[in-house]
Design a protein around this ligand. Structure first.
Ligand SMILES: [Zn+2]
Length: 472
């Protein structure tokens, strides 16, 4: 690959907003789980004479996003008609925003944003083969937030990182489920390469429905454009799709420009005076703004969690919720928080995936952590107990007491066990005394067994050594 090229990437991301009803009618916003064409009405089917009414909840969610990324919010806004004909767009235009988006500017994950606007989603075409295509209108009119970044990204990795951070933020704010595999978040990348300061011809790549495909498609496209230029060819401005199977982009159509869409303000929708609507007030939104991933990351770094642990915590809703609660309860005790993070990001992970519907019980979990820190149980017992208490209200202390698993801090009890082991394993004791270190591990194992796993391993080892030295 020729390294003298500069790559420039801008992203456009669509996210379906999670609202009760659709963008311009009262139909239920549930495009994925309902029977086809169950959530439809004359408005989202574009019957003549129907009038759209903007959904306040959707607008407030976009404005809330603006608070999180420090975007400038519009004081005035309007909806426009974006004209094009397609079977999944029954009005032959999409209601979108052109000159007056709700948000401009802002930053996310170090990437400058151009604008964020609101529009309606299209219906969904379902191609059945042999000339049969079906259209499901459940998605028609679902509120869709479109975010456009500045062309300031220079490689696929950064683009992918931005998309992940955006998903995390949308989920944290509760404004979109943003599952890429369900089409709730869709990424498009505008990519160009150039050897000069002037930007090259940009190519838009669509159909990127996983983080992996965002990264692979951009890498592929950078290489394709460089090779085209290197061989004396010309990069054409066009829209390309991503073929996941072939791992290649392919041409879909030559790119439309804004002119082709003949945007004009929708005469059926009144202009929106954002500043006069209490539901949109900055004060109200600031109050409902949850703690952002960046703030959490900073806090967790301070108590000594690793970057990896923080990533696991933030990207799993249940771990995130449990750890936030633990942080609240034990904010001054970084020892218990670190121990909790260790268990939540390793041993708890497979248990969570086995039971996707259950929530972590913070009371039982924190009691388990305290038992470990107080040396009441060893880590082997803790791991066993974790499987029983992670989702239940049972007290791990009660189980451990009942089963005799509380570590014996009582030196005389431990000495008793050790003396028994020494008597029962005379030949091995002799091996150890003759200098065979590994023999001690066996003896320790026998003693641990006798204590039913409840002995404190360090105490056991210390006393064992001193008892054995008496046998010398
Ligand atoms: Zn409807």
């Amino acid at each position: 690959m020729n390294t003298t090229y500069t790559t420039t990437i801008g992203l456009e991301v669509h996210a379906e907003l999670r609202t009760q009803s659709k963008m311009f009618c009262g139909c239920r916003n549930d495009p994925h789980d309902s029977e086809p064409n169950a959530n439809i009405c004359p408005v989202c089917l574009a019957h003549p004479g129907t009038l759209p009414v903007p959904n306040k909840e959707a607008i407030a969610k976009v404005l809330l996003f603006g608070e999180a990324v420090n975007a400038k919010r519009a004081t005035y806004s309007e909806f426009d008609r974006k004209n094009y004909f397609y079977p999944d767009i029954p009005k032959a235009y999409q209601i979108s925003q052109y000159a007056f988006p709700f948000l401009t500017g802002g930053t996310l994950a170090g990437v400058a944003l151009t604008r964020v606007h609101l529009e309606e989603d299209t219906a969904r075409n379902q191609h059945e083969g042999e000339g049969v295509s079906l259209v499901d209108f459940n998605r028609s009119g679902v509120p869709l937030m479109e975010l456009v970044t500045e062309p300031v990204i220079h490689n696929a990795k950064t683009a992918c990182h931005f998309a992940r951070e955006l998903q995390l933020l949308l989920q944290t704010l509760g404004i979109s489920d943003a599952e890429m595999s369900r089409g709730e978040m869709r990424v498009e990348a505008n990519i160009s390469v150039s050897k000069t300061d002037k930007l090259g011809t940009k190519v838009e790549v669509k159909n990127l429905n996983s983080f992996r495909s965002v990264e692979s498609a951009i890498d592929y496209e950078i290489k394709r454009q460089q090779e085209t230029l290197d061989s004396g060819g010309e990069v054409k401005q066009e829209t390309r799709g991503w073929d996941e199977l072939k791992q290649k982009t392919f041409i879909q159509r030559s790119k439309e420009t804004a002119k082709d869409y003949r945007y004009f303000p929708d005469p059926d929708i009144p202009k929106i005076d954002i500043s006069s609507e209490p539901y949109f007030s900055k004060k109200r939104l600031e109050e409902i703004l949850p703690e952002l991933p960046t703030a959490k990351r900073e806090k967790y770094e301070k108590i000594g969690l690793t970057v990896n642990q923080i990533q696991v915590i933030l990207s799993d809703k249940r771990i995130d919720k449990a750890f936030s609660e633990l942080y609240k309860r034990f904010s001054s005790n970084s020892q218990i928080l670190k121990l909790s993070a260790n268990y939540l990001t390793s041993d708890a992970v497979p248990l969570l995936s086995q039971d996707p519907s259950k929530d972590i019980t913070v009371d039982s979990f924190s009691e388990l952590m305290l038992l470990i820190l107080d040396s009441k149980i060893n880590s082997r017992v803790a791991k066993d107990l974790l499987t029983e208490i992670l989702f239940s209200n049972i007290s791990p202390k009660d189980i451990a007491t009942e089963r005799g698993l509380i570590q014996s801090q009582d030196v005389s009890a431990v000495i008793g066990i050790i003396q028994e082991v020494i008597i029962e394993n005379k030949s091995i004791v002799e091996e150890y005394l003759a200098g065979k270190e590994p023999a001690l591990q066996y003896l320790l194992g026998q003693a641990m067994k006798k204590s039913r796993g409840s002995a404190n391993p360090n105490l056991l080892k210390d006393i064992f050594k001193s008892e054995l030295s008496k046998n010398k």
